[in-house]
Design a protein. Structure first.
Length: 76
């Protein structure tokens, strides 16, 4: 499987434009697997950041000892 990465936008009609140079590399009729990723913005981003800060505030530096136990395969 080949992969290519590019930036685009979604049109009001719900379509994603593939740059010509990339579209020219893909044979017509080829099956594609599409993964769409984006960074949330506005109120959604603020909500997620606030939730993460609240979640992480419950942990203190001493809690890192438990993470070391999980990662330490020599202790097993």
């Amino acid at each position: 499987m080949k992969a290519v990465e590019f930036e685009s936008t979604i049109t009001p009609g719900g379509e994603i434009a593939i740059p010509r140079e990339i579209a020219g590399e893909i044979p017509a009729g080829e099956q594609l697997r599409v993964v769409v990723m984006w960074e949330p913005s506005g109120p959604d981003l603020a909500w997620r950041l606030a939730g993460r800060e609240r979640f992480e505030s419950a942990y203190c530096p001493e809690d890192a000892a438990y993470e070391q136990l999980i990662d330490d395969t020599a202790a097993r």
